[in-house]
Design a protein around this ligand. Structure first.
Ligand SMILES: Nc1nc2c(ncn2[C@@H]2O[C@H](COP(=O)(O)OP(=O)(O)OP(=O)(O)O)[C@@H](O)[C@H]2O)c(=O)[nH]1
Length: 346
């Protein structure tokens, strides 16, 4: 019996991990044993720790690069490790700059297609920012192409963070998304909350598996099933040799930089000081996240900077505080110099 795989894609900070947490909760409530492949651009595993805090999930991590291009060869081994722990369903959360179509193709490699099948490919959009991506990232043609492929390859498009925009913007996003993908279902969400019943339909615990036909995607959307089957070539499909252009990186100017706190910052940083530091980088900083100690407060905070907005929440992270910065044209030396200077101010 093949284990179903659900791919979660979408740009940085759009709400993929938020959706994953909901999916994990719903899976466990159905008696399923879910497994996760968590891919992060940075060397530090912020989202993996968030999952760990929610407990009871098998997670394999792929850090410091994108599983659709620079770390593509590691995917089969990572999935193999996950499968050895006998999950009933696998969620692959991609980095925000990954091309989900490349992952769908990887699942066709004979070593994987024998044991796994693509159940759903979901793309999450950040309603507040998605309409600006084309102009904002025009200098990175590969990234613009990847963001288009995130849209065009999705079985389901979730327009998330919809609480932050006017209805008129949602209408424009729907038009734009349907232009790129006429077949996908489009839903509008707040904190990635959707009806998960059709999505998880047909996924059952291993011990209930029989050799009979499985229900699932066809119950949800017949046209979607037809379209993804064309990528997967129906019965007995094998991976197709990719043209050279398809093997290039999914972005060219995005970089992740990890910053740690110097000894002078042992007593913590002020909230407004850190938020000011994020804003200093303007449009070049797309996403930041990490665990930090705030001056005058006990414990550690998880800070998330996404779509130019900052959120803070209590964290139990036990290690040394750090921050991951992800952006376009981020100059690592300039960033680390400014970071050090921040703690030398009187
Ligand atoms: N206002 C608002 N914030 C949201 C919503 N959904 C998620 N967020 C917040 O947006 C931030 C980013 O959400 P994540 O789920 O981590 O986004 P992501 O796509 O996994 O981010 P990366 O994996 O780093 O690319 C977090 O602080 C979330 O709490 C929403 O619908 N509305």
């Amino acid at each position: 019996m093949k284990i179903p795989v659900i791919i979660l894609s979408g740009f940085l900070g759009s709400g993929k991990t938020t959706l994953l947490l909901t999916l994990l909760k719903a899976s466990k409530a159905r008696g399923l044993n879910p497994g996760v492949v968590m891919n992060e651009l940075g060397k530090k595993d912020v989202d993996g720790y968030i999952l760990q805090e929610h407990g009871g999930t098998i997670v394999e991590k792929l850090l410091d690069g994108c599983v659709c291009c620079s770390r593509k060869e590691e995917l089969p081994k990572t999935l193999g490790l996950l499968l050895s722990r006998r999950p009933d369903v696998i969620f692959i959360e991609l980095t925000g700059v990954a091309d989900p179509e490349e992952i769908a193709k990887s699942l066709l490699e004979p070593s994987l297609s024998e044991r796994l099948k693509l159940h759903y490919s979901i793309t999450v959009l950040d309603a507040e920012n998605v309409l600006e991506y084309g102009s904002r990232f025009s200098a990175d043609k590969q990234l613009v192409r990847t963001l288009r492929r995130q849209l065009s390859s999705a079985d389901l498009i979730i327009v998330n963070r919809s609480d932050l925009v006017e209805p008129e913007t949602l209408w424009r996003i729907e038009k734009m998304a349907s232009r790129h993908n006429a077949e996908s279902e489009i839903v509008f969400t707040h904190y990635s909350e959707i009806n998960l019943t059709p999505l998880l339909a047909g996924i059952i615990p291993r011990e209930q598996h029989t050799s009979g036909p499985q229900r699932g995607r066809s119950d949800m959307n017949g046209t979607t099933l037809k379209r993804m089957n064309s990528l997967h070539g129906g019965q007995g499909a094998t991976a197709v040799q990719e043209p050279e252009s398809a093997q290039q990186a999914s972005y060219s100017q995005v970089a992740a930089v990890t910053l740690t706190f110097p000894p002078e910052a042992a007593s913590g940083i002020r909230m407004e000081q850190l938020e000011g530091f994020f804003r200093e980088w303007g449009d070049s900083l797309v996403r930041a996240k990490g665990h930090v100690r705030l001056a005058g407060q006990d414990g550690v905070q998880l800070v998330q900077y996404a779509g130019n907005r900052c959120t803070w929440e209590f964290s139990r992270y036990p290690g040394q505080p750090y921050l991951v910065f992800i952006g376009l044209h981020l100059d690592e030396k300039q960033l680390t110099d400014r970071w050090s200077a921040l703690f030398q101010q009187p």
